[in-house]
Structures are given as structure tokens and as C-alpha cells.
Write a protein that binds this ligand. Structure first.
Ligand SMILES: [Zn+2]
Ligand SMILES: [Zn+2]
Length: 159
């Protein structure tokens, strides 16, 4: 039995030579032409790939954005739990504190990446309430250590 010379694509509805259709093994062990022409198969596959790529990259960049802030907040909450500190704060509240201080370090007024600083350290009985939080640069945060806000201000004023 001879294969017909042309076939109508089920997607673009064009009548094309059979060579324009991929041969696929069918269940009976024979070979049959696909319903879509090669061009339509490729286009369909490409569309599928593009959609997936878009979806994947959207997903991962959004995940990264969400988790950058969430990680910061979660990390402090965890530290707070260790010393059984009272209070808690949300990402939004921390954001408000940052804005209040103009995204500057509370101690040296430098700008840049800010850390969550507890004016009264958790280890000294401070709480995780937003009012106890100020932004601090890494340098000041490290220097301050377990000093309270007032102790540290004295130290800064002396030097
Ligand atoms: Zn087609
Ligand atoms: Zn600083």
C-alpha cells in the first residue's frame, strides 16, 4: 500500500507533502505520520518551551525577592527566640523603620546595606518590637556588640 503523497496538517490545515510530517512509531509497531506538520510541531514545541522558561524565571526571581526580606526577618526572629525575647515585627514594620531613618545607619549615618540592630540587645533583655529596632551598618553593628544604645553612644562620643 502506497502512502498518499500529501497530507493535511491538523493545525495549520495546509496540504503538504508527506515528507513535511514526522514519522512516529505507532502502537501496532508500524510507522505513521504525525497529524501536525514539522513546522507546526516545532512551533508548538518552541511555544511550550518559551512559556515554561518565562514561568520558571518569573518564579525564581520573585522567590528570590520574597526571600531576601523574609530571610532577614526570620533570622532575627530565630535569634529572638533563643533569648526568649518578647515582641515580634513584620517585614513591613522593618521597612517602615528603614524609611524613618532614611535608610541610614543610626550611628554613623552611612548608607548602604543595613542590618537589623536592636537598641537594647536581645541578650540584655531587649525586645523584638519595632521600636527597639534601628538600621545599622555592618561595622557599627559589630562594634556595638552587646552594648545598649546609650552605652554605645557614649563610646562614640568619647572617641
Ligand atoms: Zn502545519
Ligand atoms: Zn554605621
Amino acid at each position: 500500500m502506497n502512502e498518499p503523497q500529501t497530507k493535511t496538517c491538523s493545525t495549520c490545515r495546509e496540504s503538504k507533502p508527506v515528507e513535511s510530517f514526522y514519522l512516529r512509531r505507532n502502537r501496532q509497531g508500524g510507522r505513521a505520520r504525525q497529524g501536525n506538520c514539522k513546522a507546526c510541531s516545532k512551533a508548538k514545541h518552541k511555544r511550550w518551551r518559551d512559556e515554561n522558561k518565562k514561568h520558571l524565571s518569573n518564579y525564581s526571581s520573585q522567590w528570590y525577592k520574597d526571600n531576601q526580606d523574609a530571610r532577614l526577618v526570620r533570622g532575627s526572629r530565630r535569634r529572638g527566640m533563643v533569648s526568649r525575647a518578647k515582641g515580634k515585627f513584620t517585614k513591613q514594620q522593618w521597612q517602615a523603620r528603614l524609611e524613618y531613618h532614611g535608610h541610614q545607619c543610626r550611628y554613623c549615618r552611612r548608607t548602604g546595606p543595613m542590618q537589623i540592630e536592636h537598641m537594647i540587645p536581645l541578650s540584655r533583655g531587649g525586645a523584638n518590637f519595632p521600636s527597639n529596632l534601628v538600621p545599622a551598618c555592618k561595622g557599627c553593628n559589630t562594634k556595638k556588640g552587646t552594648r545598649t544604645y546609650f552605652e554605645f553612644m557614649e563610646l562614640i562620643n568619647e572617641s
